[in-house]
Design a protein around this ligand. Structure first.
Ligand code: PMP
Length: 451
């Protein structure tokens, strides 16, 4: 491992040394010492096809041999058109236009700005508010961070953030009342949006933004049944656009191509990234409904936004090759089947664990919530940094998992997100659970030693 101080790359953590990744082998990453890490988190829900898919890399090479880059101010490209066609053919509702960007934050920025411009184009300039949810993550650029509801991530940059409002997420483990049914809770959670619209004045609100399955702040929190149908109704009633952020949970991760399909609704704007390029190229996309596109086309004719690398041909070529592998019924069925097996193995191993409060998720998008006390659901003292300890112990054991700290009424709760490649088999499931159990055990033991 190189000393972090010797590396000239600006690291995420200046005090920690990180291994050098040199090779990908299916579900594993190999470092410069030859150590293999089982990628149980797909990095951060990115590497849905593992790390050495020959067809995807060949598609990128072929595209580079043809043309690497053509600015979208001048051209479209064959791979961009091919990927747009594939996405639109399978997109829910009337999503009919695709705007390719380089990642998730850019997709969310584009969505927020498109929502605002849409209302200007149709003569409703008073619609200026965006409502989002606490305990969400929408990216780290300032607009996306303003929508995000992770207090810890927001705090240092609060003076720079755009004013947006936040409602509680649908998070049954924490917020469902004793005796309340899942369905009743789902309606109650969605009605928080209605109340917020009434507070702001519904005619002043442009959009509501949410992740169908919450990823990077809470670790695979699925919505209560009916929650999103109610959200859709509320948005429709008040003419508010629904933006779904499927950057993490989309592209097959939960067992359907778009996570919202399982909620029986479609958004006005969808954001995708991560699994779209599967890590082979940086790419994200915003999908917009025909109605929104028509308003821009009939109005100014120009979406007032853009980046240099929009629709990058090599990135789109990767996207086409990835899409053709992940979007078929066999692969989606595999995600559901292997997700079911991983979920069962996690429940078997951690179901009675005194510090695992909740096991949840959908498809190959699963999470554990760690608590100090299962009865009271009290989280660990954030000073312990439990999530970081788990990550360190897991890496030592050759396992990549994605531990994270969500904020909970001002406190931070610890979660572990698992989002392995769709190509995992039964052996990988066993390895993930064994190594994770070791890592959690070691991390908890280290707390006792530290105390
Ligand atoms: N939205 C969601 C739901 C995400 O999980 C992420 C990344 N974790 C983003 C947006 C931001 O994506 P990126 O890191 O590619 O900018």
């Amino acid at each position: 491992m190189p000393d972090a101080r010797a590396s000239r790359v600006f690291p995420r953590h200046t005090k920690a040394s990180v291994p050098v990744a040199v090779r990908g082998e299916g579900c594993f990453i190999v470092d410069s010492d030859g150590k293999k890490y089982l990628d149980a988190s797909g990095g951060a829900a990115v590497s849905c096809l593992g790390h050495s898919d020959p067809e995807v890399t060949q598609a990128i090479k072929d595209q580079l041999d043809r043309i690497a880059f053509a600015h979208t101010g001048f051209f479209t490209s064959e791979p961009a058109e091919a990927l747009a066609d594939r996405l639109i053919d399978r997109a829910p509702g009337d999503l009919s236009r695709v705007y390719f960007v380089s990642g998730g934050s850019e997709a969310v920025e584009a969505a927020l700005k498109l929502a605002r411009q849409y209302f200007l184009e149709i003569g409703q300039p008073q619609r200026r508010h965006i409502v989002a949810r606490w305990q969400s993550y929408h990216g780290n650029t300032l607009g996306a961070l303003s929508a995000g509801g992770n207090r810890w991530r927001r705090e240092p940059f609060e003076p720079l953030l755009v004013s947006m409002s936040h409602v509680d997420p649908c998070y049954a483990y924490r917020y469902r009342e004793p005796g309340e049914s899942e369905e009743a809770y789902g309606i109650r959670a969605a009605d928080a949006l209605e109340a917020e619209l009434q507070r702001l004045g519904p005619e002043t609100v442009a959009a509501f933004v949410a992740e169908p399955v919450v990823g990077a702040t809470l670790g695979a929190v699925t919505p209560a049944p009916g929650y999103f149908r109610r959200i859709r109704e509320i948005c429709d009633r008040h003419g508010v656009l629904l933006i779904l952020d499927e950057v993490m949970c989309g592209m097959g991760r939960t067992g359907s191509l778009f996570a919202c399909e399982q909620e029986g609704i479609a958004p006005d704007i969808a954001c995708i990234a991560k699994g779209l390029g599967a890590g082979y190229q940086p790419i994200g996309a915003m999908l917009a409904s025909q109605r929104i596109y028509d308003a821009i086309a009939a109005g100014s004719g120009f979406f007032q936004h853009g980046h240099t690398y929009l629709g990058h041909p090599a990135a789109c070529a990767a996207g086409v090759a990835v899409f053709d592998k992940i979007s078929g019924p066999a692969m989606l069925a595999r995600v559901r089947e292997m997700g079911g097996k991983l979920d069962a193995a996690l429940r078997d191993r951690f179901g009675q664990h005194p510090n695992v409060g909740d096991i949840r998720g959908r498809g190959l998008f699963l999470g554990l919530e760690l608590v100090e006390d299962r009865e009271t659901k009290a989280p660990f003292d954030p000073a312990h940094g439990l999530a970081a300890r788990i990550k360190k112990a897991a890496m030592a054991r050759g396992l990549m998992c994605y531990p994270m700290s969500g904020t909970l009424d001002g406190r931070r709760g610890d979660h572990v997100l698992l989002a392995p490649p769709f190509i995992i088999d039964d052996t990988h499931v066993e390895l993930i659970v064994d190594r994770l159990a070791d890592a959690i055990g070691l991390a908890l033991d280290s707390l006792e030693i530290a105390a």
